[in-house]
Write a protein that binds this ligand. Sequence first.
Ligand code: HEM
Ligand code: HEM
Length: 149
Amino acid sequence: MERFVMGFLRAAIVWLVVGTSLGAAIAMIPAWLVYRPVHLHLLLLGFVVMFIAGVAYHVVPRFTAAPLHSNRLAAVHLWVANAGLVLLACGFIARVQHPALAPALLATGGILSASGAYFLAWNLWRTLDGAVVPPSRLPAARPLPVARS
Ligand code: HEM
Ligand code: HEM
């Protein structure tokens, strides 16, 4: 497994723990409902999207029998996505605690988070471009083994 794949899966697990803990805190302390955007982006961008990215970087080259277009871009994506999410979350928190800081944090976090998504999209798209296998080169289908009862 590539290091960046491991990085995405571990980051997703960490965001799952942090995001659900915040969800539990919001459920217990009604005044913390102001942090709902933090909770849902930690879970959706942090857990869901990063887990999908890690699995996709591992699985798509194997599905398609084509190497990933760029391992380096995937490694950059890991850092950009995590830095972006931290800044985005800080921006949502700053909207409540230090409103003057919020626009810059949200804008930087948003641009980095979106850039991460563009890197993933580009890398997978270019990988699929290299994956055209003519039907004549596909392995012949074998009959499935019959289960005995
Ligand atoms: C320990 C588990 C979780 C707890 C205790 C929890 C708790 C909460 C709470 C209290 C809210 C605010 C609801 C309100 O607006 O009144 C909320 C909203 C939300 N949560 Fe969670 N949550 C958990 C897990 C998750 C997970 C795993 C996801 C997604 C992967 C998620 C996605 C969302 C979303 C999208 C919203 C916003 C819903 C809306 O806009 O109305 N939550 N959650
Ligand atoms: C580039 C990445 C992203 C950025 C910069 C971003 C930014 C934002 C912002 C600024 C809001 C408004 C929050 C508010 O004012 O309360 C919002 C809301 C929301 N976002 Fe995102 N988002 C991103 C990605 C995503 C993704 C990937 C998902 C889901 C998979 C998602 C789900 C939502 C939902 C459900 C809401 C509504 C929250 C609510 O009802 O309070 N976002 N997002």
